[in-house]
Design a protein around this ligand. Structure first.
Ligand code: APR
Ligand code: PHB
Length: 397
């Protein structure tokens, strides 16, 4: 088998890259170790920056997010049991975010790929990558027990944090930066009307962080910070609802509609960046290269901006026979990655209870939140990072 770009991983990064390359007439094959159903079964993020929505439109899969996504013009911050709106749209000259589940993004991309008759090899075992430091990289894998080889010009490592691509880079050629947070997020999905349909709600309380989001007007997505050693079995639905409501302001807590969870899980939080993001003819994109704590809703949006930079670079290579774009990919992508890492770390540090947060730490967090909601400059800084900085931010200074 042969293709121009071999994409490892059929998550949002791999599927979006495949679609954008296809639109530009660049042949690509995706190799995915799980089944399509398994990939679709993942419950992940749910807030899209406008840049991501624009990319979905560029990829030809923007119809459903336009029809079913919920546009948000603000967020709300809760501290000392009081809720404060941040006018994100007013502070950013009209920008918005859209609530639309990553599962739906993945489904839209999978459907478009199938409709275009593109090749996605699911349930591929023992995937390995070779020769990416030369001019003829290959991907080897086993499918239905048969060993197969895919020759290609380039490999896109879109295989997530636990993938094979970053792990295949020689140790001396890569630097990893990591911060692990001393708590987790217990998330619940429930078919109840969201307590807030116009804004995501972020709550700082002495009991810990809480977040109120949505997937649709009839499906809610909520989280509470929990000890990292907790097991989901320790958290009955009733315990979850009681704890979330204790972290919100009384009016919202009173109004919250509760119900049985259809999904409930605990996720760890980490900040992670691997540098560089290019190794010869191997490029890393999305979670394969970086992880953010979900507080800032940047994970999916960073994957999308990586893919925009990488697809543009590969299209330039094939159409204009220049390697300028691919040579600059890592620098350009990492500049945006680190801005999102900083924002995600800052918002996580502000909103969560750390082991040393009691007393002075809590008072300082509340003082910063009070400053944030009362200072236009501080609110604008939060808002412009939340909606996503421009793709060319800082490029021409
Ligand atoms: N071979 C083939 N496929 C692999 C391998 C491998 N060795 N290892 C992992 N994969 C697949 C996974 O099964 C998964 O489907 O790569 C895909 C990676 O997808 P994601 O982990 O979703 O990463 P990405 O596409 O970059 O999307 C980032 O997903 O995890 C969230 O918060 C994150 O919203 C962000 C988004
Ligand atoms: C979600 O809907 O899953 C979500 C929303 C906002 C965040 C994090 C997660 O900051």
């Amino acid at each position: 088998m042969r293709t121009q770009v071999a994409i490892i991983g059929a998550g949002p990064s791999g599927l979006l890259l495949g679609q954008l390359l296809h639109k530009a007439g660049i042949d690509n094959i995706i190799i995915e170790r799980q089944s399509a159903d398994y990939v679709l079964g993942r419950i992940r993020a749910g807030i899209l920056e406008q840049i991501t929505v624009d990319l979905l439109n560029e990829a030809g899969v923007g119809a459903r997010v336009a029809a079913e996504g919920t546009v948000h013009h603000s967020i709300e911050l809760v501290y000392r049991n009081t809720r404060h709106p941040i006018d994100v749209t007013g502070l950013t000259g009209g920008k918005v975010v859209t609530a639309y589940g990553q599962t739906e993004v993945t489904k839209d991309l999978m459907d478009a790929r199938a409709a275009a008759g593109l090749t996605t090899l699911y349930s591929a075992a023992d995937v390995s990558i070779h020769g990416f430091d030369g001019s003829s990289p290959v991907v080897r894998f086993r499918q239905n027990g048969e060993l197969k080889e895919l020759a290609c010009d380039f490999i896109a490592g879109c295989d997530g944090f636990h993938g094979v691509c970053r792990a295949s880079v020689p140790e001396g050629a890569i630097t990893e930066y990591e911060k692990v947070y001393p708590f987790g997020w217990l998330g619940i999905l429930a078919d109840v009307p969201p307590v807030s349909t116009h804004a995501i709600v972020y709550a700082n309380s002495e009991r810990g962080f809480g977040l109120c989001s949505m997937r649709s007007l009839t499906r809610s997505r909520y989280y509470v910070q929990c000890p990292i050693e907790d097991k989901v079995e320790q958290w009955s639905d009733d315990r979850f609802w009681d704890e979330l409501r204790r972290r919100l302001d009384p009016e919202m807590a009173e109004r919250m509609v509760t119900g049985p969870s259809i999904e409930k899980s605990i996720a760890p939080l980490r900040s992670f960046v691997a540098e560089p993001m290019r190794f010869g003819r191997l490029f890393l994109a999305g979670d394969a290269a970086h992880i953010v704590p979900p507080t800032g809703a940047k994970g999916l949006n960073l994957a999308a901006s990586d893919v925009k930079y990488l697809s543009s670079a590969l299209i330039e290579y094939y159409h204009e026979r220049t390697s300028a774009g691919i040579d600059d990919y890592s620098r350009k992508a990492l500049a945006r990655v680190w801005r999102a890492e900083r924002f995600s770390w800052w918002l996580t540090s502000l909103m969560h209870r750390f082991p040393d947060t009691q007393g002075f730490g809590q008072k300082v967090q509340e003082a910063e939140l009070e400053y944030l909601v009362n200072s236009e400059a501080a609110s604008r800084s939060l808002a412009e990072n939340y909606v996503g900085l421009p793709l060319d931010f800082g490029q021409f200074r």
